[in-house]
Design a protein around this ligand. Structure first.
Ligand SMILES: [Fe+2]
Length: 395
C-alpha cells in the first residue's frame, strides 16, 4: 500500500461519540446548500418600472449625429478616478469595477472619462448606485448620445420612458432556457440598427440575493479579434455580415405583441475599429448575424459556427458579474457581446437598460490590435498562435 493511504477499515473504527461537536448557538451561520430565500415584493417600490408592451408604431430609424464623448476623456481617467476609493480589473482583457463613484452626480469631465474607460475596458461595474434612478440613468445616456428605442422588448409602465428597456422575470415566469441555446444567447444589443448602440447601462433594481443566480456575462470583441490567426483576421476584415431583426420581431408577433418599428436587416463590417481606442474588434454576434455576405452559404455557416465558439467558449475574453440590488454595469456595445444566465427561479429579477446610438460601424485598415499594443507597451510576450507542438496546459 502506498504511503499515506489508509485501509477503509480504519475509518470504520471511528464512532460518532468520538466526534466533538462545536457548540451550536443562535449566532451560528445558517446555510442551506443551493437555497437562497426569495424576497417578498408585496409593497414593491418599482411598480412603475414593471414591463408593458405598448401597441404603437414608429417610423424607421434615420441616421442621427453622434460625437463620441470618449474623445474628450483623460487618457488616465484622472477626473473619474479622483473620486474613486478602489478600482480593479476582473482580468486583463475585459471588466473593471470601481468603488466610490456616484453615477448620478458626475461632472462632465468625469462623464467623458467614464466613456473613455468603458470603450477601453469593454464593461465597467459600479456597486450600490441607489441615487442613479431612471431619470439620472436616462440623463447620463443622453449625455453620450441619442437614446435608442427598442422595437419589440418591454418598456416601463410609467409613460414617457419608451427609451428604457425593461428586463423582468417574475416569481411565476416561465424559465426561458428552452428558447435559447447558451451559444445563441450571446449577443450585442440591436446590431441590426444602422447605428447600433455604444454606451449602454443596465441597473438591477431587484434580483436574486448573492448565490441565487442571474449573473450576466460579457465577452470582449477586441480580444475575440486578437484570438484569431493573422490569416483569419485578414480574411474577416474584407467581409461584411447581415444583422437581422426579423427573428426578434417574429417572436413578438408569435406572442401577440406589437412590433413597434418594422424589422430591418442591415449590412455591417465583420471587423470594426473603435474610434476612441483605435483598436480593431470583431463585430459579430450569434444573436443577430444571419449571413456573411459574398461567400457560399456553407462557408458562411461554418464561419458563423466558428466565431460563435470563439466568443462563447474562450474564457479569457469573458467576464462574469454577480449582481446585487442597485448595481450598474456600463458597457460599450460596439466591442462586447453579453449573455445571461438562468436557473434563478423563484426569485424576481428586474433591471432597466438605457443605451445611445453609436456611429455607423466602420472598418479602418489603420486600426490596431489591443493585444499587440499591450505587448509593446508593457513588454508582454507575443501570443503564440501556432497550436502545434505545444504540450503545456493550465488548470
Ligand atoms: Fe442584451
Amino acid at each position: 500500500m502506498a504511503p499515506g493511504l489508509v485501509e477503509p477499515t480504519q475509518y470504520n473504527d471511528i464512532k460518532p461519540k468520538d466526534i466533538k461537536a462545536a457548540s451550536i448557538t443562535d449566532s451560528t451561520i445558517k446555510y442551506t446548500p443551493g437555497r437562497s430565500i426569495p424576497e417578498s415584493h408585496e409593497h414593491y417600490e418599482h411598480e412603475d418600472l414593471r414591463p408593458r408592451f405598448p401597441d404603437v408604431h414608429w417610423p424607421p430609424l434615420t441616421e442621427v449625429p453622434y460625437q463620441d464623448k470618449g474623445f474628450e476623456g483623460d487618457p488616465h481617467f484622472r477626473n473619474l478616478l479622483s473620486a474613486a476609493t478602489d478600482v480593479f480589473d476582473y482580468n486583463p482583457k475585459i471588466g473593471t469595477e470601481i468603488h466610490g463613484i456616484d453615477l448620478a452626480n458626475l461632472t462632465d469631465a468625469q462623464k467623458n472619462d467614464l466613456a473613455r474607460l468603458i470603450a477601453t475596458r469593454g464593461v465597467v461595474f459600479f456597486r450600490d448606485q441607489r441615487n442613479f434612478d431612471i431619470e439620472a440613468q436616462r440623463e447620463l445616456g443622453k449625455y453620450f448620445g441619442t437614446l435608442h428605442r427598442h422595437a419589440t422588448t418591454s418598456v416601463p409602465i410609467r409613460p414617457g420612458l419608451e427609451d428604457v428597456h425593461v428586463v423582468f422575470t417574475g416569481e411565476n415566469s416561465q424559465d426561458m432556457r428552452a428558447m435559447f441555446t447558451p451559444t445563441f444567447l450571446w449577443h450585442s444589443d440591436v446590431t441590426y440598427e444602422i447605428q447600433p448602440p455604444s454606451y449602454t447601462s443596465l441597473k438591477v433594481l431587484t434580483g436574486p440575493p448573492r448565490g441565487g443566480g442571474g449573473d450576466t456575462l460579457w465577452s470582449s470583441q477586441y480580444a475575440a479579434y486578437d484570438a484569431l490567426s493573422p490569416s483569419m483576421q485578414k480574411y474577416l476584415e474584407g467581409l461584411t455580415a447581415m444583422h437581422s431583426a426579423e427573428m426578434q420581431a417574429q417572436g413578438s408577433r408569435d406572442l401577440g405583441r406589437a412590433v413597434r418599428r418594422d424589422a430591418v436587416i442591415t449590412e455591417h463590417p465583420l471587423v470594426r475599429v473603435n474610434p476612441v481606442t483605435g483598436w480593431k474588434s470583431l463585430f459579430f454576434n450569434p444573436g443577430f448575424v444571419t449571413k456573411i455576405v459574398g461567400i457560399p452559404k456553407t462557408e458562411s455557416d461554418a464561419i458563423i459556427g466558428y466565431l460563435n465558439e470563439v466568443i462563447a467558449t474562450t474564457q479569457e475574453l469573458n467576464v462574469r458579474f454577480q449582481w446585487n440590488k442597485n448595481d450598474v454595469a456600463f458597457w460599450d456595445n460596439r466591442v462586447c457581446n453579453h449573455s445571461a444566465s438562468y436557473g434563478f427561479a423563484p426569485h424576481r429579477r428586474h433591471a432597466v437598460r438605457v443605451c445611445c446610438h453609436g456611429e455607423r460601424p466602420v472598418f479602418d485598415p489603420a486600426g490596431k490590435s489591443q493585444e499587440n499594443e499591450f505587448a509593446e507597451r508593457y513588454g508582454i510576450p507575443k501570443v503564440n498562435k501556432d497550436g502545434s507542438g505545444i504540450v503545456n496546459y493550465n488548470d
